[in-house]
Write a protein that binds this ligand. Sequence first.
Ligand code: AHM
Ligand code: MG
Length: 331
Amino acid sequence: MSITTLGQFIIEKQQDFPFAKGELSRLLRDIGIAAKIISREVNKAGLTQILGEYGSVNVQGEDVKKLDIIGNETFIWALEKGGEVCIMASEENDDVIHLNGEYSKKGKYVVCIDPLDGSSNIDVNVSIGTIFSVYRRISEPGTDADVNDVLQAGNKLVAAGYVVYGTSTMLVYSTGKGVNGFTLDPSIGEFCLSHPDIKTPEDGKVYSINEGNAGEFPQGITEYLKWVKESDKATSRPYSARYIGSMVADFHRNLLKGGVFIYPPTAKAPNGKLRLMFECIPMSFLAEQAGGLSNTGSQRVLDVEPTEIHQRVPVVMGSKNMVEKVLEYMK
Ligand code: AHM
Ligand code: MG
């Protein structure tokens, strides 16, 4: 058989890190387990009429939890049980989460998650995603980890990835040596390597931005949006607008086909909407690992020093030449 499962792939790749003791491999495996459970729950989302509305009490008198809460709890459970992670931060929690598993205090790693990104799309059967990132802790293993272990710049990342719950469920991740994508085969319950060594095209024809906010964009973005709509065969313009409203899904399409994703500052949200730690850093890492770029408009996203876990930053990411063009306009 020629398939490679995520588990097999992780073990094979451990050899890329000569001193690895298998802890990161185990951590990635735990993330894979959480992803499969969340995928199962996401696939049931349309049955809420039958099983009970999320957030309500079902006919059996049980609370039906919202999918983002399920996603959050599933991740925390998987990483607590795994024991490689000492502390986490989640888009769902105001503060950092100390893990209390038997081995957690000795865990060498820190994880940030957005358990269910694009949650406004859940009820309408449109793709959503999960985003994760992994850092090495700064404090000594065995001591109490704190928020400083979490507040690390993207250039310190050990691994990052996302799961997109689309026409099929895919897990895409990188440990800093390229990007690989795995598709969940529901018949065997395994993620199978389907997109080895993903490289994003240097150019594309798709721009992804919420143009409903156009009246609030900085002038550079307004000018850029005028430019993308002009006709010019040589540069394949006009471009196509594609905006799902789930960053994971928009990013995934652009990663494979070429494109640029922009969430600029707006008058209402001067730092944009997307969160540095949970959304922008992991996706920027993947963009760069695939040969693309990611920038806030004034600096590389991966070089932003975070000061708080829920900090927001503007972001322009995707195909190299397209990001460079946007940045020219933003200057
Ligand atoms: P969420 O974390 O509350 O789901 O919000 C994040 C989402 C992204 O997936 C998406 O790109 C963006 O918000 C859409 O925002 P907007 O509706 O302002 O365009
Ligand atoms: Mg989110």
